[in-house]
Structure formats: structure tokens, C-alpha cells
Design a protein around this ligand. Structure first.
Ligand code: NDP
Length: 290
């Protein structure tokens, strides 16, 4: 057949967006989802609705998984009676690097190949070249399917270790969730003082936009293990975070997030780092909390 083709298993918001983009680009798209009704809108747009997992796998050698986690992959593939040999599974579900490594072994033992993916954009970013997804696994498998994967987003190959894409993804999500919760906490402080998210929007954006400058400045120092207190001192940081905790308490809101930050700062001080930069807190993070 002339048309390029692909199977997508998992039609949450992500899988839906992916299937729609492949259809738009002229791909023959076979879909399967546990809750069958989620295939209907795509079928109306031309997708082929597989009636079983086996049928979905048989339809193509390239199968994209977009599931909540890796356990969902086992739940689905363990019910497949058919042989998986020769199949390539591109797993765009998020999970730990360890889970990705296990999955690659599990599929290899069944004659199939695994590429780990970590999508860095929400569903609205699918189909845009400026979006990016981390990939890892066997290079030749990635190269063979790069063109198809680039229909979804830019493809950033991180290396052979199947855990790498998941690791880069988790590193990014570690920053994302903590940053976005700090934003929500700041908005609740604003709200308790009668300020709306809209009123804070330009200031929130400016604060977030200033972060790359700090990252650029501190990166070489962190890699060198140097945390001089020439531009900021941890002792100053403790006082600053303490003010946020108190401002939050005075506003009658939940102060647990800045209190957790304060606790980390205090552990740095207890380690004798008060005169060093707040970046010395990386030493606190290197060990599990006592
Ligand atoms: P959802 O959790 O909404 O999608 C869940 C999909 O997994 C559904 O198709 C669901 O089937 C299926 N599923 C879950 N458990 C099982 C199971 N035990 N057996 C069979 N099927 C199962 O996720 P999204 O679509 O939002 O995202 C997919 C992946 O992409 C996730 O890993 C997410 O972390 C990642 N991601 C999502 C982003 C986003 O903004 N949404 C951004 C970047 C990455 P059913 O419909 O039957 O419930």
C-alpha cells in the first residue's frame, strides 16, 4: 500500500490529538482504546477502529502507545494472543526510567522493539514542529521511524538506554509541577488579598521569564560544585522564605508549600552553608531527607 500507516493504542486527550494529526497528514490510522466509544469521533474522520488489541497490533508494524502509565501497557498487551515479533512499540506513556527499561526487556523477550518517548507538550502542541519529544532506545529503530514520529512533534533522541527519555521527561516534570504549584500558591495568596489571577498575570510571567537568567548564571557554578555567597546568601534566603510563610499564614491560607521550602533552607543552614549561595541546597537534595 502507498499510504503511510500507524496504529495508536490509547485515546486519552493525547492519543486523540495524535490520531487526528496523523489523519490530517494523510496517514492510515488504526486505533484501539479500552473504552471503545473514544474511537468513534476518530472513526468518523477516517480512522480504522480495531475491534481487538490483536487486530490493532496486526494492522501495523509501528504501534504508538499513549496510556496513563506502563502498567496499562501490560494490561493491554498481556491480553493480546498474537505474536508481537517484528513489532515496534513507541511508548509515549509517562513513567519512571526503570519501568521503561523493564518494558524494553519485556518486549525484546517477545521479539518486539521498544522506543521510549516523553512528550513535552500538551495535546494542543501535537502536530507542531516546534514541539518536542524525548526519545531513547535502539538508534536504528528510532532512525527507521523518525519521519513518522516527527509528524507529532520534533524528535529529540537522547541515547540508547531506554530509560533516558523517561529520565529527561521526569527531570522536566520535576521542574514543571513544582513551578506550577508555586504559581497556584502565589495566586491563592493573591486571592486571599482580593487580587485575581488576571491581575497577577503580567507579574507572574515576568517572574517566570527571569528564571532562565538565573539558570544561565548558576549552571557553571553548580557543575563546578562552587556555591559562593557573592550574589546571594542562604542566610538571606531563609529570612526571605520565612516572610513568605508568614505572609501566607497572615492571609489565612495553606502555608505548607513555602514551609517545605523553608525546611530545606534550614537544613542547608544546619549544614553550615548560611554564608554560601542558595545553590548549596543541592547538597541537601543529594541525600534522602532524614
Ligand atoms: P490519560 O490518562 O487521559 O489517557 C489514558 C489512556 O490510557 C486512555 O486511553 C485509557 O483508556 C488508557 N488506560 C489507562 N489505564 C488502562 C488500563 N489499565 N488498560 C487499558 N487502557 C488503560 O492520559 P493522556 O491522554 O492525557 O496522556 C497520555 C500519556 O501522555 C500520559 O502518560 C501522560 O502523562 C502523557 N502526557 C500527557 C500530557 C497532557 O497534557 N495530557 C502532556 C505530556 C505527556 P480508557 O479510555 O479506557 O480509560
Amino acid at each position: 500500500r502507498n499510504r503511510p500507516s500507524v496504529t495508536i493504542i490509547g485515546l486519552g486527550p493525547m492519543g486523540q490529538a495524535m490520531a487526528a494529526v496523523f489523519l490530517d497528514r494523510g496517514y492510515e490510522v488504526t486505533v484501539w482504546n479500552r473504552t471503545a466509544g473514544k474511537s468513534d469521533a476518530l472513526a468518523a474522520k477516517g480512522a480504522i477502529k480495531a475491534s481487538s488489541v490483536d487486530e490493532a497490533i496486526a494492522a501495523n508494524d509501528l504501534i504508538i502507545l499513549s496510556l496513563t502509565d506502563y502498567d496499562a501497557m501490560y494490561a493491554i498487551l498481556e491480553q493480546a494472543a498474537r505474536d508481537l515479533s517484528g513489532k515496534v512499540f513507541v511508548n509515549l506513556s509517562s513513567d519512571t526510567p526503570e519501568k521503561a527499561r523493564e518494558a524494553a526487556k519485556w518486549l525484546e523477550a517477545r521479539g518486539a522493539r521498544h522506543l521510549t518517548g516523553g512528550v513535552q507538550v500538551p495535546p494542543s502542541g501535537i502536530g507542531k514542529a516546534e514541539s518536542s519529544t524525548y526519545y531513547s532506545g535502539t538508534r536504528e529503530v528510532f532512525d527507521a521511524h523518525k519521519k513518522t514520529l516527527e509528524v507529532l512533534t520534533g524528535a529529540d533522541y537522547r541515547g540508547e538506554d531506554p530509560g533516558l527519555a523517561a529520565l529527561y521527561y521526569q527531570i522536566q516534570m520535576d521542574m514543571f509541577w513544582t513551578s506550577m504549584l508555586s504559581y497556584l500558591h502565589a495566586l491563592s495568596l493573591a486571592g486571599a488579598n482580593g487580587l485575581t489571577a488576571e491581575q497577577i498575570r503580567p507579574y507572574a510571567i515576568e517572574t517566570m521569564k527571569s528564571l532562565p537568567m538565573f539558570i544561565e548564571f548558576y549552571t557553571p557554578r553548580i557543575d563546578a560544585g562552587e556555591h559562593p555567597g557573592d550574589v546571594d546568601r542562604l542566610g538571606m534566603g531563609v529570612a526571605s522564605v520565612d516572610h513568605i510563610v508568614h505572609t501566607s499564614k497572615d492571609a489565612g491560607i495553606d502555608a505548607s508549600l513555602p514551609a517545605a521550602v523553608l525546611e530545606v533552607f534550614k537544613r542547608g543552614v544546619a549544614n553550615g552553608q548560611a554564608g554560601n549561595s542558595f545553590t548549596s541546597l543541592i547538597e541537601v537534595f543529594k541525600k534522602p531527607a532524614p
